[in-house]
Ligand binder design. Structure first.
Ligand code: 6PG
Length: 243
């Protein structure tokens, strides 16, 4: 894949401003081709700023939500209204404020049967992307965060079964809490047209430096295993301070 692109912004607010304009540009480009825009969102605090901006009235005329399909990179196996739910964060920050068709929001509901949900979500991907089970869904854009341990989505260091999984989504377990999570897998992340990592804060500086520049340690960081057609790093100066 071509060299990863690095976008450094002064702070998380300015990063979110720039990413908002990038979202508008990409959605408008897809709409101009009458093409659906299929994007997978991460959980965590970093993307919330972007989502809250996209919900602002000033973007209402800029974004035609009818062609946007929102998916999730991973989800905790909790009810959708639970504080830990990635869907809950995205719904509160964005979805409840914009006219996105209900059928365009594809959430993972693993609270009752994580393994059954991984299979169901795989079928929802196949149906929504209109592809055969032998093909891999190709997202237009996958936004991902990175943990201080180099995890991304719910692909955690050392969980080699999850990292080697060839299914489109699978069940992972948080290394500390053991909490089950549904996550997209590397075959899907690597097949995306573009993956953008959103990384802010000094606490991420070491992980970012290792994932981007430290070949010896890279293989221990799942975020370093993502090799899509275009990989972008959207970071603030604090996270980039050790690059
Ligand atoms: C999740 C996310 C996870 C997140 C990282 C970074 O479900 O928590 O998918 O992979 O992106 O933990 O989170 P922050 O952006 O909040 O630091």
């Amino acid at each position: 894949s071509p060299e990863a692109r690095l976008f450094v912004h002064a702070d998380a607010e300015q990063l979110a401003d720039a990413l908002t304009l990038e979202w508008v540009r990409r959605v408008q480009a897809a709409a101009s081709l009458n093409a659906p825009f299929r994007v997978a969102l991460p959980g965590g605090s970093t993307p919330r700023r972007l989502l809250e901006r996209l919900a602002l009235p000033q973007y209402a005329k800029e974004i035609d939500w009818s062609g946007v399909h929102v998916f999730f990179g991973d989800e905790r196996c909790v009810p959708p209204g639970h504080a830990d739910s990635n869907y809950h964060m995205v719904h509160e920050a964005l979805l409840r404020h914009v006219p996105i068709p209900t059928g365009n929001v594809h959430c993972m509901r693993g609270e009752d049967d994580p393994y059954g949900e991984a299979a169901r979500y795989t079928e929802e991907l196949r149906r929504t992307f209109g592809i055969a089970a032998s093909q891999v869904p190709r997202f237009d854009w996958i936004l991902l965060g990175v943990g201080t341990d180099g995890h991304t989505a719910s692909l955690f260091p050392g969980q080699n079964e999850t990292l080697a999984c060839r299914d489109w989504c699978t069940v992972a377990h948080h290394p500390d809490s053991g909490q089950p999570r549904i996550t997209l897998t590397l075959p899907v992340l690597n097949h995306a047209a573009c993956v953008s990592f959103l990384v802010t804060g000094l606490d991420k500086a070491d992980a970012l430096a290792a994932v981007k520049n430290d070949p010896e340690r890279r293989q221990r960081f799942p975020a370093a295993c993502v090799e899509a057609e275009q990989v972008e790093w959207w970071v603030d100066e604090a996270a980039a301070s050790r690059l």
